[in-house]
Design a protein around this ligand. Sequence first.
Ligand code: FE2
Length: 383
Amino acid sequence: MPPKRPERKGITRVRLGEINGLPNQRRAAFAALALAPVGAAFRRFADTRRRLDAEVERLYDLSPDMIATVGFDGYFKRLNPAWEHVLGYPRAALLARPFIELVHPTDQEATRCEAARLAGASGDTVSFLNRYRSADGSYRWLQWNAHPDTEQGLFYAMARDVTIHKHAEEALEQQAELREQRITLGTRELDEAQRETLRRLALAAEYRDDETHEHTTRVGAAAALLARELGEADDFVRRIREAAPLHDVGKLGVSDTILLKPGRLTQDELVLMRTHTEIGVRILSGSDSPVLKLAEEIALTHHERWDGTGYPAGLAGERIPLSGRIVALADVFDALTHARPYKEAWTVDDAMREIRGSSGTHFDPQVVKAFERLHPASVLALA
Ligand SMILES: [Fe+2]
């Protein structure tokens, strides 16, 4: 015989057979007694559920974010009050029309695509941004997070009004764009200012001994043509056009008595005159500007000769930088074909005869050939 289980205090254990043997009234009383804990649990569950529903409902009503249940048919099914606050329409009006009608025309296609993607998605939450027309006709930027319920044919969506952020973002982008434009403009102005300064420096150098002040500009233009004819890169052509006019900038350091002397210079005067190459280097050196570096090279070497008898270093052949060999020819051609206080202007033919005769002695033969290909008369017309 199994041991008798001790009865717990307050609980009456009743076997089914015992209940069946009782009269109906007693049986009902026993059943009610037995089911009482289940009923209490159910009531507690129902109370909790009601409380939770009320809380959710309150949060739904109070949320500043716009909460919507949207049908796959394109109509809102349920909206919280935030929709009225943000867009200014009564909720009934919003529920009565397809939501796409409120979307900005530019954003409609993208919104349709997002909705289609969402309807076909396997439970993914989709985020996107679009503009909704409010009752006053303006558009509000809405940031959406939406989740599909394909069984119910519904989207559960939450939209946040990010118009202020979007406008701030656009203002910042515009500001950055404006800053970029100002920098570009400033750089362009700076480049132009630098070119202008170089032009004025070249003008200052020739101011005393060239009444027309056009010699330096012509030498720059002829040097650029020669550089291009010799196959040099565009960047070098541009730089030599700007640098070559400064070839005689060192004349700023030569006294008027020598520079403006009408007759031939004595040997001592010639030595002083020749210092303009090194004075030019002192004026132009130490710059990071590629144009000024080239100008320094030209100032130093434009009186070197191909056969090594030039000055100041007596360099020969290709030891003379190409820029110096080019400007040497451009400078002499321009000096010969224009009048000076001590001489008449030569004809182009005479000047070319002189230059051709100095090919291989004074001038680089390749530079002379390139110059002939350019038709010197047209170079003269540069002025
Ligand atoms: Fe010179």
